[in-house]
Design a protein around this ligand. Structure first.
Ligand SMILES: [Zn+2]
Length: 257
């Protein structure tokens, strides 16, 4: 498999993630010879070493935001990637509040082992080059999620892939990710809206998927109610309403493209 997306977890919300109902080790991407790990939350190291790309083979680690279900194991992954700092290597992309300040989640010690660190912000763009492979990484818009949060667009050869990570719905979201015509990953916590949490719900997913019309949409970061309802059943309903193929992620799901 030359290109793939590998879910090292599919859980969302503190109930699911910190009761370990599902893992939340993030997603690894392989674009040709380029290897990425995004949002290494709980179980990231275990899943990466046993089933995925070993951290020492990664080119970059990306963090969408500092909430612990996304970042709990980022220091472990970076430590493994750099063999405990013996070798300065790898790129790190993260929001400023994950890298600086009293409540940062990436230690100064770990940051010191990286070859390069990029503070992501709205409209950030970087082209990662390795051998003859070129991957453009874009963080198109700041999400509405309390802490500083960004999703990602990946452009590799003719493939256009987007990941809308945690956020409350707002209209510009679907415009910001409209280029994700091949695969669109969405963090959807629940079918129905509940309380005032800054997340996407079923009707938001329908709105976004219907507008962008990717070839494939994948929902992940699934909350407890959704697990009980049946993620596959929910994905089928989204598929019927949007006329787009929709999959519900599960731990260790690998999609090649
Ligand atoms: Zn979050």
């Amino acid at each position: 498999m030359i290109n793939y997306i590998h879910f090292l977890g599919s859980g969302g919300s503190r109930y699911v993630v910190f009761d370990l109902l599902r893992k939340a080790g993030g997603i690894q991407f392989r674009f040709g010879e380029i290897f990425l790990h995004v949002d290494p939350g709980p179980c990231a190291l275990y899943m990466a070493i046993n089933f995925g790309i070993r951290p020492k083979d990664l080119d970059a680690v990306l963090l969408s935001h500092k909430h612990l279900d996304h970042s709990a194991e980022i220091n472990s992954i970076l430590e493994s990637m750099t063999t405990g700092g013996r070798k300065k290597k790898g790129l790190l992309f993260a929001p400023k509040d994950a890298l600086e300040g009293e409540d940062k989640v990436i230690l100064t010690y770990t940051q010191g082992h990286m070859e390069n660190i990029f503070k992501i912000k709205e409209n950030f763009e970087y082209t990662l080059k390795k051998y003859s492979n070129e991957l453009k990484i874009v963080t198109p818009i700041r999400h509405d999620h309390g802490v500083e949060t960004y999703g990602f667009l990946f452009f590799y050869k003719n493939y256009k892939i987007g990941w809308i990570t945690d956020t409350k719905y707002f209209e510009n979201l679907k415009f910001a990710y409209k280029e994700a015509k091949d695969i669109l990953i969405l963090n959807v916590i629940s079918k129905n809206k509940y309380s005032n949490v800054d997340h996407l719900f079923g009707k938001d997913a329908i709105e976004i998927i219907s507008y962008i019309k990717p070839k494939l949409a994948i929902i992940t970061h699934l909350g407890k109610g959704l697990l009980k309802y049946g993620p596959e059943r929910f994905a089928k309903e989204l598929e019927e309403k949007t006329k787009v193929k929709v999959l519900a992620a599960y731990d260790n799901l690998k999609i090649s493209f």
